[in-house]
Design a protein around this ligand. Structure first.
Ligand code: GLU
Length: 412
């Protein structure tokens, strides 16, 4: 995904709607700081490999920046800038006291051993250490990073600073300051938003057929949440295989097979389809939960869903957005729908700073409240301002909050 693509395009629509001047647009569109690093990692065979890493702070006007670290072969500065921009908007949509950040390393983790992955994670933190802290920039997991990686990173940061600063990173294991509910938070938050939107549109979630593209932490948990709430998950897909079963997928069996074999291809029931074919299947709610720009002008015309709940970041290209709008499909935008993850990350940061931890019920209740409030604010703005879509309304509300803080601080 390029910075001048999806993220900047959506932000420019909000800038236009809010009639912001050129200087304000520049302050919003240009990230405040970008760091590019090169660091060495010793491989198991004794060789040294040199990796490229990035950390971008889009804006820290509302507080420290917040956003995940991605380990993926496609990571480059441009993509990290785009994702950091989306994080600013996402945090502001929920009303979190954060700006947006993002980090990443260009790497295929599937080629690394556990030891190599640990040395890569520690090496990356050493390379960006002066750039981050619980008051400046708070990383978290993203694609191909997880609680174990956060644990190595928090440990390396403690070695560098000779002090435990658990609040410097979120998505940690429970044993070292993680929050209950963080792992399933993105999926749970997405469910709350989808339920709220379906209530407005008169769609019953109890009977709804759900198709989920992506079966990692977000997609896998989404399948569990929708299934547990009584919807029928009719299709799932990981990066290689899709499965369609109008009778309903056995979600726990799919999880068991994915955990045991690392893939969905041995799932014994239903019909095998390609991951791409999932987009055309007969469903009421489509949940892209894999990666960006998977819904394009080519497959958008084939989509049959009434609602698309974006659990991945930027899964729909701007061209596809237009096509889906003319088909009357409701899109629940990523910056709201997948904000449950960063919201529980915020709870984790708050708990770390208090040194006092909440129960699962407390986390769930607080998450539900914030997600509903954000949805209601966006719904109201959309109605009152005659906005075409939820995405524009969400960008406008979030951008307004950022601009207000920029004015108050004398930045614009
Ligand atoms: N990587 C996640 C996202 O894109 C979570 C970020 C966080 O928890 O800070 O929203």
């Amino acid at each position: 995904m390029s910075f001048n693509g999806t993220a900047a395009y959506q932000l420019k629509r909000a800038i236009e709607l809010l009639k912001l001047n050129d200087e304000t647009a520049k302050a919003l569109l240009e990230p405040r700081r970008s760091l590019e690093v090169t660091f060495s990692v010793r491989m198991d065979d004794g060789r040294i490999r040199v990796f490229k890493g990035y950390r971008v702070q889009h804006t820290d006007v509302l507080g420290p920046v917040k956003g995940g670290i991605r380990f993926h072969p496609n990571v480059d500065l441009d993509e990290v800038k785009a994702l950091a921009t989306l994080m600013s908007i996402k945090c502001s949509v929920i009303g979190l006291p954060y700006g947006g950040g993002k980090g990443g390393v260009t790497v295929n983790t599937k080629e690394l051993s556990e030891g190599e992955l640990e040395r890569l994670s520690r090496g990356y933190i050493r390379a960006i250490a002066q750039f981050v802290s619980s008051e400046k920039d708070v990383p978290a997991p993203d694609m191909y990073t997880n609680p174990q990686i956060m644990a190595w990173m928090v440990d390396e940061f403690a070695v560098i600073n000779q002090a435990n600063d658990f609040a410097f990173i979120t998505g940690k294991p429970l044993s070292i300051g993680g929050s209950v509910g963080r792992n399933a938070a993105t999926a749970r938050g997405g469910f709350f938003v989808t339920r709220a939107a379906c209530e407005k549109e008169g769609i019953s979630l109890k009977k709804a057929k759900i198709a989920i593209h992506g079966f990692g932490n977000v997609g896998g948990n989404a399948a569990r949440v929708f299934d547990a709430e009584g919807s029928k998950v009719v299709a799932i897909a990981d990066s290689r295989t899709g499965i369609y079963d109008p009778q309903g997928i056995d979600v726990e069996l799919a999880h068991e097979i994915k955990a045991r074999t690392g893939a969905l291809k041995d799932y014994p029931k239903g019909q095998k389809i390609t991951a791409e074919e999932l987009f055309q299947c007969d469903c009421d709610i489509l949940v892209p939960a894999s990666m960006e720009e998977v819904i394009t002008k080519d497959n958008a015309p084939l989509i049959k869903a009434k609602v698309i709940a974006e659990l991945a970041n930027a899964p729909i290209t701007p061209e596809a957005d237009e096509i889906l709008a003319t088909k009357g499909i409701t899109i629940l935008p990523d910056i709201l729908t997948n904000a449950g993850g960063v919201t529980v990350s915020y709870f984790e940061w708050v708990q770390n700073r208090m040194g006092y931890y909440w129960t699962a019920e407390e986390v769930e209740e607080k998450l539900e409240k914030l997600m509903y409030k954000a949805f209601e604010d966006i719904y109201k703005f959309k109605q009152e301002n005659n906005c075409k879509d939820y995405r524009l309304a969400a960008f406008a509300i979030a951008t307004n909050r950022i601009v207000q803080a920029m004015r108050d601080r004398g930045w614009i």
